[in-house]
Design a protein around this ligand. Sequence first.
Ligand code: F6R
Length: 179
Amino acid sequence: MEVLPLGSAGEIAVLAADTVEAVVRRKPAAVLGLATGSTPLPAYRELTRRHQAGAGPSYAGVTCFNLDEYVGLATAGERYEALIAAAGGVDVQLLGIGADGHLAFNEPGSSLAGRTRIKTLTAQTRADNARFFGSPREVPAHVLTQGLGTILAARHLLLIATGAGKADAVAACVEGPGR
Ligand code: F6R
């Protein structure tokens, strides 16, 4: 594991964009695993900016799999694992992290072997994500998420975290629970 503390969300966006572009340049039919949430947005904007400026690689042959989705907005999840396998597996998986340490929508304590399945969000995560909805009550209680076993099968993981609110989760992630 390589830990890179950077000074700003902009620097993280450049690093994440460089990482994704390097994979796509090396493998034009790359399979990308993409996180939703707010953390990766600057990275996606940087990738879009480079592409529109003609500086990025072609994404014509690229396949993308999203990390998770709210139930009710997603296509059926059972096909997901099969589709990932049929695509040859994920080359680079971009990840955010929740303030409580959740990865995708696997809350702390989730099995490392878990596969894509429906999970119930904690009250904390629903409150954290209310900003993407009109009100906390509108945040779906159930989500479809890749499991930690699915995520760990990607060939390259890039977890990005910004802001003081993520510091405890990142420290526990890097230093372990006994710090
Ligand atoms: C998103 C995802 C979630 C988010 C996490 C942090 O696909 O899997 O685990 O990464 O909730 O969200 P933000 O980035 O909005 O702070």
